[in-house]
Design a binder for this molecule. Structure first.
Ligand code: NAD
Ligand code: LMR
Length: 333
């Protein structure tokens, strides 16, 4: 098996450090390039370079063409760069700073790793993914099969919280619940009716469960009390995402995940428009992964009336966030 290079942008941060640790343990990885604007990334890289795994680990900052060095040859780039929330903030409040960071990193990827798979973690994901897509399009290197908004943490939370509600807190890995829409509050749409195995959760218990999945991020922001947002659970989710993608692309193990993607140019993407009743270019959907990245978008499936209401409640905010990200991306051309 030939080993590939991964790059983590924002590798010195709260997510970046544990995500780099987990990435270095992926069996497909031969090199992990840790990029961050903060020089402490050299220490993180030195630390991880002592692991006795297959991966070589190197750290880079902006000095000495660091972004170019980090990205050149990378086949997958994960981006947890940017500022996190503090109590009282929405993810959208991060847009002003993080949109520029994403634009700059997307430009770097277009220049130095144009065929890389990209996983965008930086918030607000509902807008930063459009910033990435517009920047890559303007550079002529956009491939819709390779750009993912990482919403895996919502799926991780759904499994865990459902397991707790049904009184089986140790059996979270067994519960697979699709979560679609976007990655922010009401735009997060858990499809509990499609849980495998099936669960019977209704009434106030269902309302509370949905609210907890939608606002799980706030729970962590509040508990951290000014020291940031979810980092370790996000790194865990980010590694799940990376493992699934690399297994499909390099390991011959296709699978289905949910991710926030650009629909118009993906096989099956058009049909989502009819299912949601509105033309949104971006939506978190189930995608079939294969050798090229996203092979096709799968239908949302049967929603019950409760889920149809969640969907309708999600659309205005999601639409606004997309317009904002696309507008920013286009204004930079
Ligand atoms: P953090 O502040 O701990 O780390 C961010 C890192 O990014 C820092 O080390 C910083 O130096 C670096 N950075 C800033 N600008 C950069 C640039 N231009 N290039 C490279 N690195 C740069 O923050 P964190 O807790 O790791 O969160 C990072 C982002 O991830 C936030 O926007 C947060 O909201 C988001 N997040 C997303 C999810 C999700 O589910 N998608 C979950 C949790 C957090
Ligand atoms: C999360 O869902 O935990 C992240 O998006 C971080 C946040 O700001 O809540």
């Amino acid at each position: 098996m030939s080993l590939i290079k991964a790059a983590i942008c924002g590798a010195g941060g709260g997510i970046g450090q544990p995500l780099s640790l987990l990435t270095a343990q992926n069996p497909h990885i031969g090199e992990v390039a840790l990029f961050d604007v903060a020089p402490s990334v050299y220490g993180v890289a030195a630390d991880l370079s002592h692991l006795d795994g297959t991966a070589v680990v190197n750290g880079y900052t902006k000095d000495n063409d660091g972004l170019k060095q980090a990205l050149t040859g990378a086949k997958i780039v994960i981006i947890p760069a940017g500022v996190p929330r503090k109590p009282g903030m929405t993810r959208d409040d991060l847009f002003k700073i993080n949109a520029s960071i994403c634009r700059d990193l997307a430009t770097g990827i277009a220049d130095y790793a144009p065929d890389a798979i990209i996983g965008v973690v930086s918030n607000p994901v509902n807008s930063t993914v459009p910033v990435f897509v517009e920047t890559l399009k303007s550079k002529g290197v956009f491939d819709p099969k390779k750009v993912f908004g990482v919403t895996t943490l919502d799926i991780v939370r759904a499994s865990k919280f459902v397991a707790e509600v049904v009184g089986k807190p140790n059996q979270a890995p067994q519960y697979k619940i699709p979560v679609v829409g976007g990655h922010s509050g009401k735009t997060i749409i858990p499809l509990i009716s499609q849980s495998k195995p099936a669960v019977d959760i209704q009434g106030e218990t269902l309302d509370k469960l949905i609210n907890r999945i939608q606002f799980g991020g706030d729970e962590v922001v509040k508990a951290k009390d000014g020291a940031g947002s979810a980092t370790l659970s996000m790194a865990y989710a980010g590694a799940k995402f990376l493992n699934a993608v690399l297994d499909a692309v390099y390991g011959g193990k296709p699978s289905v995940i949910q991710s926030y993607v650009y629909l118009p140019e993906l096989q099956g993407g058009d049909s989502i428009k009819n299912e949601i009743g509105k033309e949104l270019a971006y939506f978190s959907v189930s995608v079939q992964l294969g050798k090229q990245g996203i092979e096709k978008v799968l239908p949302l499936g049967q929603l019950n009336d409760y889920e149809k209401r969640l969907l309708q409640d999600a659309l205005p905010e999601l639409d606004q966030s997309i317009v904002k990200g696309v507008g920013f991306g286009k204004s930079q051309l």
